[in-house]
Design a protein. Structure first.
Length: 90
């Protein structure tokens, strides 16, 4: 049951950040030259890989990834800040 909750956490965060990544892609049509927007997209994707990926490794393979999970969270925090900056600058 505990690992199921961890797995559900990974899925939920992946879902919401994948939707945000789609939003960044749509915004890029309106702000094509925005470096912060490009970085936000890259960091959202990297955050999904690190955060959710490390939780999937833990729940499905029993592999503890140490500081990889928090690094993914930091990627997301920076990505959201860059996304806000790109939108406010536009």
């Amino acid at each position: 049951p505990e690992m199921l909750a961890v797995y559900q956490t990974a899925v939920g965060y992946q879902l919401w950040h994948a939707l945000a990544l789609i939003g960044v892609g749509l915004l890029s049509f309106h702000l094509p030259a925005s470096a912060p927007l490009r970085w936000a997209g890259a960091l959202l994707a990297l955050g999904i890989l690190l955060f959710s990926g490390s939780l999937y490794l833990l729940t499905l393979g029993g592999v503890r990834a140490g500081l990889v999970t928090p690094a993914g969270g930091v990627c997301w925090i920076v990505a959201w800040a860059l996304l806000a900056w790109a939108v406010l600058r536009a």
